[in-house]
Design a protein around this ligand. Structure first.
Ligand SMILES: Nc1ncnc2c1ncn2[C@@H]1O[C@H](COP(=O)(O)OP(=O)(O)OP(=O)(O)O)[C@@H](O)[C@H]1O
Ligand SMILES: [Mg+2]
Length: 281
């Protein structure tokens, strides 16, 4: 798999602080992967994301070591507007990302700033609204929308730039469980249909583990675990670091601790039920 994101021996300390927020981080993400970045609050997840889209070091100053490369370009040496064409970043609170008076103007915002021709903007905005299923909201004002709808507008805005990587920082934090589930299915569909690489910071691992190819867990500024969701979540460390280990994985842990041989760790309740069922004569 071709690496799309390469973070090498990377450390960053925000100006005015003494402890590095990212500490000797090494990670590599291949084209077409769906990767979850997890770990307790303050462990440095958003700092890593901001280093991938260029907000660090172009907007936040501090001291830096190592390199962050996206699609062959060193992010620190590349203009933020250039990085934005490759990396679509959706903030935790989409209100921080929505500026315009109508949904369609908002989705067009970044394209207009980059000086795309008018008909190209129209085409891309229609495409992105359609993809997100919000064509009917085009003329509405963003402040009239629900959190879930605003989340979709923010994603449409970055998709209109046709980025190679979609980065989502805690996209479900404002959403109810059903809307959150819909968002996860939508992300999966975008990945399948567009071949887009996805990196998502998320605490609700029960929702996302099933669609991810990998989970990277950070702890105190550095990468503590990196592997397939099945493998990483089943490790005892996942509990001690403070990752939101899904109920199904906890249950599996309890049952295997009691001596049941259930085979590989499950990601869905159905899988666990089947494994238990196989033990019943
Ligand atoms: N702009 C900033 N200036 C100074 N320190 C900061 C800044 N942003 C973050 N930090 C510090 O860097 C560390 C890592 O923060 P970061 O936001 O990357 O954590 P996180 O893993 O995203 O946490 P959460 O899950 O709560 O969003 C924390 O100690 C935080 O206080
Ligand atoms: Mg964060």
């Amino acid at each position: 798999m071709k690496p799309l994101i390469q973070v090498q021996n990377y450390s960053f300390t925000y100006m005015g602080t003494s402890r590095p927020a990212a500490r000797n981080v090494n990670l590599e993400i291949g084209e077409g992967e769906i990767v979850i970045l997890a770990g307790p609050s303050g462990c440095g997840k958003s700092t890593v994301l901001k280093s991938l889209n260029g907000l660090i070091p172009h907007l936040y100053s501090g001291s830096r070591e190592g390199t962050v490369i996206v699609d062959g370009h060193d992010v620190a040496e590349t203009q933020v507007s250039e990085v934005a064409k490759k990396v679509g970043f959706v903030f935790q609170n989409p209100e921080n990302q929505i500026f315009m008076f109508s949904v369609e103007r908002d989705v067009a915002f970044a394209l207009e700033n980059l000086g795309f021709p008018r008909d190209e903007i129209r085409r891309r905005v229609d495409w992105a609204l359609d993809l997100m299923g919000i064509q009917r909201l085009a003329r509405q004002a963003p402040h009239e929308l629900s959190d879930g709808q605003r989340q979709r507008v923010a994603i449409a805005g970055v998709l209109a730039m046709t980025p190679k990587v979609l980065i989502l920082d805690e996209p479900t934090s404002l959403l109810d469980p059903l809307t959150a589930r819909e968002l996860v299915l939508l992300v999966k569909r975008l990945h399948d249909e567009l071949g887009i690489t996805v990196l998502v910071v998320e605490h609700r691992l029960d929702l996302l583990a099933g669609i991810a190819s990998r989970i990277i867990v950070m702890d105190r500024g550095t990468v503590a675990m990196d592997g397939s969701p099945r493998e990483v979540l089943a490790r005892k460390e996942a509990l001690t670091i403070g990752v939101g280990v899904p109920t199904v994985t906890r249950l599996y842990g309890l049952l295997t601790d009691h001596g049941l041989n259930l085979g590989q760790a499950p990601l869905r309740m159905e899988e666990l039920a089947e494994a238990v069922n196989r033990l019943v004569p």
